[in-house]
Design a protein around this ligand. Structure first.
Ligand code: PLP
Length: 235
């Protein structure tokens, strides 16, 4: 366990250094960017080690796995971000343990999320996931609402009592310059802020493109492999 702890500590240092350097280059303060460590495919024991190393935000993308880990780690002071594709019949259950749902991409999810949030007696933080793929592209299968639909969806989130609109999230399209995609996200983020000035979060940037994301105004980066190592393929 100490070997794993050391490995995670080293990787975290590197990632925190990358975030700090990109903030510096962009003239931003490092505390403007929140690091969410994506622990999917890795065991609850890693989540525990990360918490011991000062990580406060963790991300998961599959309901069953996320729920199990959140229960196993319920004694830790962690904020759980759900970042994966969401089925509407699972939405209420996800709202039972997630603190933030970043992958809201259609109105159909809102009723279940609100129901789950009410059942656990709190307001759920929500990000609208935006599809940044070039128009007409069919190749990727990435999730997210089209850009115009995203602003409508944000409006609906803002109108739903148990949900709190926080901002937007996106994944850069595969095999393309992330910078241009993140610029589009920034435009959508500005429109979403017109819906609710408090919706200031922009979750963008993963292990390979966090620098571009920070440069383009990301407030949250979601980092998996650069901290935990490579996942089994398919993740
Ligand atoms: C897995 C995942 C990440 C982390 O990806 P890495 O490349 O391992 O950093 C970030 N965001 C989402 C939505 C993911 O599914």
């Amino acid at each position: 366990m100490t070997a794993r702890r050391d490995e995670l500590a080293r990787n975290l240092d590197t990632v925190r250094g990358r975030i700090a350097a990109s903030c510096d280059m962009a003239g931003r303060s490092a505390d403007e960017v929140t690091l969410t460590v994506v622990t999917k495919f890795f065991p609850a024991s890693d989540v525990r080690l990360l918490a011991g190393l000062g990580v406060r935000h963790v991300g998961e993308n599959r309901h069953q796995e996320a729920q199990t880990k959140a229960v196993e780690c319920s004694d830790l002071d962690l904020t759980w971000h759900f970042i994966g594709g969401l089925q509407s019949n699972k939405a209420a259950a996800v709202a039972g343990y997630a603190d933030v749902v970043e992958s809201v991409d259609r109105p159909k999810l809102l009723r279940g999320l609100a129901k789950g949030a009410r059942a656990s007696g709190r307001r759920l933080d929500v990000l609208v996931q935006v599809d940044l793929d070039p128009e007409g592209s069919t190749a990727s299968g990435r999730a997210g609402a089209a850009r115009e639909a995203a602003v409508d969806l944000a409006r609906r989130v803002a109108e739903t009592d148990a949900l709190r609109l926080r901002g937007v999230m996106a994944v850069a399209p595969l095999g393309q310059e992330p910078q241009a995609a993140f610029e589009k996200l920034r435009e959508v983020a500005e429109q979403v802020r017109l819906v609710d000035p408090g919706a200031t979060w922009v979750s963008a940037g993963m292990s390979n493109d966090l620098e571009a994301a920070v440069r383009t105004g990301a407030t949250h980066v979601r980092i998996g492999s650069a901290v935990l190592g490579s996942r089994p393929s398919g993740g």
